[in-house]
Design a protein around this ligand. Structure first.
Ligand code: COA
Length: 157
């Protein structure tokens, strides 16, 4: 299993990207501006993440997804840690991520990788998504913002 940057001529794994973000419009918009990385096992793409520079010195992990049959095996964590290393290697000082307040697995994963909560974007998903989204039996409304200072000493978890 290895993680590599998707080449410009390769089609992005849209089905996987839509697992993490149901808005095809938003996904198409940020993959055009960001860098897409894929995790391959036996020549199949089983995971993806997208990094997008947002402000000077800051980059955002705007999408991370693992194919459903492969979830819970540590691939998501490897992708997030790879994204952190990639951002640090490119000289960014902060990496950010925004995730639904209802995403228990996601919130655990990002905090295990060293991210800290910085704020809540109230009603983000009501404002930006046409259809109601339910996760873990809760209507998704708010986005939790998290960030990691890349100049801090390396996270030890
Ligand atoms: N219940 C609770 N926590 C769980 C869990 C479960 N069923 N499955 C995973 N976790 C947590 C654990 O804390 C685990 O940490 P550990 O390795 O120390 O035990 C951590 O998540 C990482 O698990 P991992 O196996 O690396 O995650 P994954 O490969 O399943 O990937 C996602 C995680 C979120 C990327 C994956 O579930 C996914 O693609 N979901 C759909 C898309 C999505 O929601 N993306 C995020 C958008 S913000």
């Amino acid at each position: 299993m290895h993680i590599r940057k998707l080449a410009p001529h390769e089609p992005p794994p849209m089905e996987l990207l839509l697992l993490a973000d149901p808005s095809r419009t938003l996904v198409e918009e940020y993959i055009a501006r960001g860098d897409c990385f894929v995790c391959e096992a036996d020549r199949r793409i089983v995971g993806v993440y997208v990094l997008l520079p947002t402000r000077p010195g800051t980059i955002e992990l705007v999408n991370v997804a693992v194919a459903e049959p492969e979830q819970g095996k540590g691939i998501g964590k490897r992708l997030v840690l790879h994204a952190i290393d990639e951002a640090r290697a490119r000289g960014f000082h902060t990496i950010e991520i925004g995730t639904g307040s209802t995403g228990v697995v996601q919130l655990a994963l990002y905090q295990k990788c060293g991210f800290r909560m910085t704020g809540i974007d109230k009603d983000f998903f009501v404002r930006h998504y046409e259809e109601d989204i339910y996760e873990n039996g809760i209507r998704l409304r708010d986005m939790v913002r998290l960030s990691l200072d890349l100049q801090d000493r390396l996270h030890e978890n």
